[in-house]
Design a protein around this ligand. Structure first.
Ligand SMILES: [Zn+2]
Length: 101
């Protein structure tokens, strides 16, 4: 039986899967931590207004910090923007939406 070499290969793919999962989780954390700070927006790819709800849909790429990591910018992400009663725009990350511009 030729099993030699299979185990390390499996370990490696597990590790890379875990790395991918970590990166995906981090991407979500960046999106959920975004509060609308314009300095953190790398690029606005698209802005749509929903005529029914009056909400704005922004597709943007983001910096994760002002220091900017090697992976910056992140995304693209889809955000739904709503104007609050206090006049402040709330940015809500729409994880289910396709970010295709
Ligand atoms: Zn980054």
């Amino acid at each position: 039986m030729k099993t030699k070499g299979n185990a390390p290969q499996f370990d490696m793919s597990l590790r890379s899967l875990r790395k991918l999962a970590d990166e995906a989780l981090r991407e979500v954390e960046i999106a959920e931590g975004f509060t609308g700070d314009r300095d953190m927006i790398a690029q606005t790819l698209r802005v749509d207004r929903d005529p029914d709800t009056g909400e704005w849909r922004h597709i943007v790429t983001l910096y994760c910090s002002s220091e900017r990591c090697p992976g910056c910018p992140h995304g693209p992400y889809v955000f739904i923007c709503r104007l609050g009663a206090d006049g402040v725009t709330r940015w809500e990350y729409d994880a289910m939406a396709e970010p295709a511009a």
